[in-house]
Write a new protein. Structure first.
Length: 297
């Protein structure tokens, strides 16, 4: 349940549904596995697992939801190899060149023939909605995957007015300043990872991992004109993460203090364990995001 990444969206207006109302909407598009001739399928699943029946889980005003996406793995190289064999056989047998139109039809026939035998891969993606603070937060580092989630949610609800987050001070400017001064605003502290990029058309970059970011080699890169595109930070001794220049959060890690708090609650079932994790995670992350937006604004 601990999210590993936070792909952030801001709601442009207040989210109108509570957990029960959103469940009713998501239940209209449940996940159904791919049919024999279907390339991919996506839909909603109960976020608390197979034994749960609700398509949402609400806690302290936050709403957890989960999408499943299944695709049949049919590599283009397999289709091409089969197509080449069929084209060669036709040209030898009929002593003629196969036209582009024929090749297109053959390709479609081959895909239709191979698709039912292709392996299926199913991926789950979790997200939560924070109506009070106007966040949609998706557990993925990938922009295209986040867009796939919002596309499904938009088609389910009929509308989804969200935008990528913005701040008065760009994350790149703020992170570069924090690195240059070796000082971060409270309650943040520097971590041990960063990526520095050249400005302008020069695509050069320097990456430091498991590294003291206050050392001279980092400072020299900044003095040479590089800026911070990614920076590892720790918040309030509870959460570590990497902030990117597009105001997205990756490599999220909940530190021991939250694990200890989870164990102190002594959950008795899988569902109770997930509920406690969700409550702890959303409560702390919402405070972290408030502090992050405060220091960037």
């Amino acid at each position: 349940m601990w999210f590993k990444n936070l792909y952030l969206y801001n709601f442009e207006k207040e989210f109108p549904l509570n957990a029960e109302e959103l469940h009713e909407e998501l239940a209209k598009k449940p996940f159904v596995p791919c049919s024999a001739t279907q390339r991919e399928s996506a839909g909603w699943i109960p976020p608390l697992g197979k034994n749960a029946t609700s398509f949402t889980h609400g806690s302290n005003g936050y709403i957890l939801l989960s999408m499943a996406r299944q695709e049949r793995i049919l590599p283009a190289s397999v289709i091409k190899e089969t197509l080449d064999e069929k084209v060669e056989a036709i040209e030898l047998k009929e002593n003629r060149k196969v036209s582009s139109r024929e090749k297109k039809d053959l390709r479609e026939d081959i895909e239709h023939e191979l698709l039912p035998r292709a392996f299926k891969r199913t991926q789950k993606m979790d997200a939560w909605i924070d109506p009070k603070n106007g966040w949609l937060i998706i557990n993925t580092p990938s922009g295209p995957r986040a867009e796939a989630f919002t596309k499904l949610l938009r088609s389910t609800l009929g509308t989804l007015p969200v935008t990528l987050p913005e701040s008065e001070t760009s994350p790149a400017v703020a992170m570069t300043e924090w690195l240059s001064s070796s000082k971060t605003p409270e309650p943040f502290e520097l971590g041990f990872e960063c990526e520095l990029k050249n400005q302008g058309d020069d695509k050069g970059s320097a990456t430091f991992k498991q590294h003291d970011l206050t050392l001279d080699e980092v400072q020299k890169s900044l003095e040479a004109g590089k800026y911070a595109a990614k920076l590892a930070l720790e918040w309030d001794e509870k959460i570590s993460f990497v902030l990117s220049e597009d105001l997205q959060i990756k490599k999220l890690k909940f530190l021991d203090v939250l694990e200890e708090e989870l164990n102190d609650n002594d959950p008795e079932s899988h569902e109770e364990h997930m509920d406690i994790q969700f409550s702890l995670m959303t409560g702390e992350v919402s405070l972290m995001l408030k502090d992050l937006m405060r220091v960037l604004n």
